[in-house]
Design a protein around this ligand. Structure first.
Ligand SMILES: [Zn+2]
Ligand SMILES: [Zn+2]
Ligand SMILES: [Zn+2]
Length: 283
């Protein structure tokens, strides 16, 4: 069995936004619990991380999910709410972490390039592409080509180009193991036709769909999906036979603007046939 734990389910500036007094943030503060969202990241089983996000340290101890067995990281892109390069240093022997498994970091060439630049800032003048530095960091870096299936340990992975900032070549991922397939789709606007075609070409059938839900029920999407676009996407998946029986449909990357606190958002989503992920949820 494959399981996936949400380490964070917020958009770029967390929810509640620490500096914000809007009604959604105030309500989330009052309610606590699942209404408190950290920046998006996820953990598959105990060894595959999706995004070295800025809040994974906090998420790890708060939700009782040590990252000590993490061997693989699928990086969606290098935006700051998904990638904190200091984590590459903090898991190294120099920071007192001894015996951690080697980390295989998978990213698009542009994201790998950006990661290298960010790391050089903190680890100057070392380059991530220098084998000696990779040794020091106990790290392998793999640049991946979208729409080509590849093996990541026991997982079969397929990356899709996101409809998001092209400068960092953002990727979405399908991960398959033990006969189960999960689609992790944030950050993105409306999925590209290439992606829909690839779903069919690779005969994918999703048991779990996790999709961008940055904008709420009364908002329009832009470089991210809105609630109504989320609904349109899962409807099309169902129509085209891309969903397994009893597939779980989960919204993530939830912004404080336009999305109510967790219980109200859960009610709205239930009326439209999907679920709202929350930090610490395992499916
Ligand atoms: Zn984001
Ligand atoms: Zn707010
Ligand atoms: Zn982004």
């Amino acid at each position: 069995m494959m399981n996936i734990t949400f380490l964070g389910t917020a958009a770029a500036n967390a929810f509640p936004e620490a500096f914000c007094r809007c009604a959604n943030c105030e309500r989330a503060r009052a309610l606590g619990g699942p209404s408190l969202r950290k920046r998006s990241a996820a953990l598959i089983n105990d060894d595959l991380l999706i995004d070295l996000g800025p809040d994974i340290m906090t998420a790890s101890f708060l939700h009782g999910r040590p990252l000590t067995n993490v061997r693989y990281c699928l990086q969606t892109h290098a935006h700051a709410d998904h990638f904190d390069p200091s984590h590459l240093l903090s898991r190294s022997p120099e920071y007192g972490v001894v015996g951690a498994p080697r980390l295989h970091l998978y990213a698009s060439p542009a994201t790998a390039q950006q990661a290298a630049q960010l790391l050089e800032r903190d680890c100057a003048p070392a380059s991530l592409f220098d084998p000696e530095i990779r040794e020091r960091l106990n790290l392998e870096i793999h640049q991946i080509t979208p729409l080509q299936s590849f093996a990541v340990g026991p997982y079969q992975v397929l990356a899709f180009p996101a409809n998001h900032d092209p400068a960092v070549e953002s990727l979405l991922y399908a991960v398959e193991a033990d006969g189960r397939t999960v689609f992790y789709g944030t950050d993105t606007a409306t999925l590209l036709e290439d992606t829909w075609q690839a779903f069919h070409r690779h005969r994918l059938r999703f048991d779990v769909v996790i999709l961008d839900h940055t904008y709420g029920p009364d908002q329009r999407g832009s470089d991210h999906l809105s609630a109504h676009q989320f609904i349109e996407h899962v409807a099309r998946m169902r129509e085209e036979g891309l969903l397994a029986d009893r597939a779980r449909l989960l919204a993530t990357h939830i912004a404080h603007e336009g999305n109510p606190a967790h219980p109200e958002l859960v009610d709205w989503a239930a009326q439209h046939g999907y679920e709202i992920a929350y930090d610490g949820l395992t499916v």
